[in-house]
Design a protein around this ligand. Structure first.
Ligand code: PEP
Length: 250
């Protein structure tokens, strides 16, 4: 039975003081009916992992280098993330694609390296507003999906997040029909790539301005198996009702 997933991306937010939010989340969800993954900045990973040990909250990272080790000043490898206590890593977030010029090919290499280190990958893809307005959304999704997914991807080690770039941090969300269309497309593309059984088992998250107020509606859409949440994952008081809404659909 596929477990739904609520994943939080803290981006470049959080210091030692923010660990109280993770503690609050651990306390609020002792036996959740959905998986919970929180991805704090790398500086907090080890402390967060200790805090969440033996709890239902999993700790993940926000990026990794494609190599396992080497002369890459400032970078962090997948085995290092696993060593720090992470069990997952977000890859290909639009902020990394845009701010760090990450290509699908690089994301695929990173994902392969993360799988080799035993990490689950949350691979993000989504169109910009200009691409949607130019009616290129379906083509972009198909291209990015095929090129960023490594051959090592399975339903057990990979989660996909559809994140329209124009919905991230803007308060804008696609219509339910638009989300259903893209998630349906991703599911059928996955079927061609991985076969029907694996495709059905692989979790598809929606991401982009998910809040306590719109979560239940989004989780009711076909082929939505959870959410990747940015701003509303920073405070347990906001993230908890989103998790509760997901549990209600599980
Ligand atoms: C994100 O960064 O992945 C995201 C979805 O952000 P927000 O929820 O703030 O739109």
């Amino acid at each position: 039975m596929k477990r739904k997933l609520a994943a939080g991306n803290w981006k470049m937010h959080g210091t030692n003081a923010s660990l109280t939010e993770i503690a609050a989340l651990v306390t609020a969800h002792p036996a959740p009916g959905a998986d919970i993954l929180l991805c704090p900045p790398a500086t907090l990973l080890a402390r967060a992992a200790v805090l969440a040990a033996d709890s239902a909250v999993m700790i993940g990272a926000q990026d990794c280098h494609a190599a396992a080790s080497g002369a890459h000043t400032g970078d962090i490898s997948a085995p290092m993330l696993a060593d720090a206590g992470a069990t997952a890593v977000i890859l290909g977030h639009s902020e990394r694609r845009e701010n760090h010029s990450e290509t699908n090919e690089l994301i695929s290499e990173k994902a392969h390296s993360a799988h080799a280190a035993g990490l689950t990958t949350v691979i993000c893809l989504g169109e910009t507003l200009a691409q949607r307005e130019a009616a290129q959304t379906l083509e972009i999704i198909a291209t990015d999906l095929h090129a960023s997914l490594p051959d090592s991807a399975t339903a057990a080690n990979t989660v996909l997040a559809y994140e329209p770039v124009w919905a991230i941090g803007t308060g804008l969300t696609p219509t339910e029909a638009q989300i259903a269309e893209i998630h349906g497309l991703i599911r059928s593309l996955l079927s061609e790539r991985l076969g029907e059984t694996e495709a059905a088992a692989l979790r598809l998250l929606y991401g982009g301005s998910v809040k306590p107020g719109n979560a239940a509606g989004i989780f009711g859409i076909a082929n939505v198996d959870g959410a990747l949440v940015g701003g509303a994952s920073l405070k347990a008081a906001d993230f908890s009702p989103i998790i509760n809404a997901l549990e209600a659909t599980a």
